[in-house]
Structure formats: C-alpha cells, structure tokens
Design a protein around this ligand. Sequence first.
Ligand code: ADP
Length: 363
Amino acid sequence: GKGLAVFTSGGDSQGMNAAVRSVVRMGIYLGCKVYFIREGYQGMVDGGDNIEEANWSSVSSIIHKGGTIIGSARCMDFIQKEGRLKAACNLVTRGITNLVVIGGDGSLTGANLFRQEWSDLLDELLAHNRITKDQREKYKYLHIAGLVGSIDNDFCGTDMTIGTDSALHRIIEAIDAIVSTAYSHQRTFIMEVMGRHCGYLALVAALASEADQVFIPEDPVPHNWVEKLCKRLQQERKSGQRLNIIIVAEGAIDREGKPITAELVKKVVVDNLQQDTRITVLGHVQRGGSPSAFDRILGCRMGAEAVMALMEATPETEPCVVSLDGNQAVRLPLMECVRRTKAVAQAMTDKNWELAVQLRGRS
Ligand code: ADP
C-alpha cells in the first residue's frame, strides 16, 4: 500500500484528534500504510520513534480529547535546508510519499516548500548515498493535503477552521458563569478573548452573550468611542439592566492604530461611570477542554477528504487544503489560500481594514 503520514504542527486546537483519527482510519480503509509523525516537523526531522506506524486501534478513544495526542511543535530545523533533507530521508526510507499536515498557515507554507523542493532533496540524498537509486525513482512524487487547525478562524478559504467552535463554547461558558455573579453585584465585566488579527471569536461571542460592546481589530473605533461607550452603558443601567458585558479581542485598536486593551476600557468605565468593573482574560482556557460535536465532525470530514485527495492525486496535482464551503468539504489550492491569508494579515498591519475584510471573504 501507499505510505501516508499525518502530523499536527504549530498551535494546537480542539478537534485535531478527530482529524488524526479520520486520516488514520480512512488511510487504512483504502489500503495505505499509515504513520503518525509526533511533534510536528521536529519529529519528521529527528525520525526514529517519532515516526510510528498507526493501526486501527491506535486512534480509539481520542475523538473526545482536546489538543493533539501526537504532539505539536514549532521547529527551527525544518526552516533550514539541512533539516528538510533529514526529513525527506526519514520519509523515503519508510516509503512515505503522502502527507496530511494539520496546522496553521505557517505549517502549510512549510509543507508547500517541501513539496517544491522534493525532487532536489532526493537528488542530494542520492548523491550522498543516503538513499538508493531505486528509492529515488520509486518515491519521486510527494503529495500534500492540508487541514487548518486554529481557534481563531483566521484562514482564508474555509468557513470554519478546526477548533473555532470549541473555543467559542469555552468563551460562552465562561461568560455565562461570570454573568450570574456580575448580576448579583451589579458589575460591569470586560472579557479579553483571543484573535490578534481576527475578531471572529470576539464578535460571535458578543452576539451569543448579548454583550453591550465588542472591540475587534477589523473595526477600529472612532475617536469618540469613550463617550459612546459610556452613554450606552449608562442607558442600559438606567433601563434596569444589572450588569454590562464588554468583549475585547486581543488585537483590538482604535482608528489611529492604538491598542484598545481590557485595562484601558476598564479605566474608562471606572473613571467616567464609577462602575464596579472586573476584567477576565481567558487566555489558554479557550484552547482547552473537549472539542465540540461540530469540531469532531469537522475533523472527521476533513480528514477523510484529505486522504481521498491524496489517493486521487496525479504527479501534476498541486497541494490542496481541505476547506468547508457552504457546509461542503472542498479542495482548494493550498498556496492560494495561504497567500490570501497572509495578504489579510498584511492589510491589517497596513490599517487597510476594508481590504482585509474583503480579502477574507465569507469566512
Ligand atoms: P502555524 O502553522 O500555526 O501558523 P508556525 O507559523 O509557527 O505555526 O509554523 C509551524 C512550523 O511550520 C514552524 O515551526 C516551522 O517548522 C514550519 N514552517 C513555517 N513556515 C515555514 C517556512 N516558510 N519554511 C519552512 N518551514 C516553515
């Protein structure tokens, strides 16, 4: 059978295990020899026990677990050519020519580069007798399918990334818990959520929790935001509301590009309205806990589609990323999506928020 390996790379997210499980089982079902690569690219470079053959039962009882059981890492070695040579050698000697990479845009960029260089890497390995002529010929094509795991929903081309829905659940649970105590004490509370370049989590959490105000990077507030905020909070209290909820994405800014932090918002509320105000920074809680049903199913669907894409690939097939488009799993050109995602980040850096939102499209 064909050699196929799956690994998780970059930041972890809930639902990655469901994707790993699905890749392993679909691969075995279609007759592949399936491998785990532990610790992302580092395991690929180091080889040894990091690359281990998987069987049907090695992915039992993982679908409900958060994070990734095969480990994830950032890897400096893979950025260097020598690291990628080692990685290629480790794959070829095991007969692996199909890779499913689960990660963010950095991990997908690395995979694309690897594929572009594959032929040169094998030539160099052959020249140094690290692989045989037979191996050079037999494993001359590398196929790549990517899945996006990220809690931020910051990748262009997919409606949802694996992990976003679970992170939202964590945020909403936390807000609901805080609301009951804030209600008792007539407090205003400010919650900082993740999303450096992408306000999706903050925006959707604000809708789902009836927040009074949300600050996101894509919609920088005008200079009179303080008056507007205070007026709104006051009105809400006057009309009988016992608490106020304000959600701040960690990358929120004003129109001059100055950060709007939870601390700043608190100072504004306390100085102007003398309201009892508390801050909660959720941090890594958002990545934690068990994946939601949605993320488990998303991981399963995307993993299966990735394996099918690899099995159908011809030597000319470009690397793809499996995306969700209108609730359909589709295959999109990997590098086009990565380029768009990077263009959004650049537009945000350039303070061109309209372009950012336009480039991001539906997701
Ligand atoms: P994410 O995948 O979540 O965006 P990173 O950007 O940290 O996370 O990328 C994860 C890993 O992918 C890096 O540690 C590195 O090993 C690899 N990688 C990222 N960009 C490149 C690149 N341009 N060339 C080679 N490898 C890369």
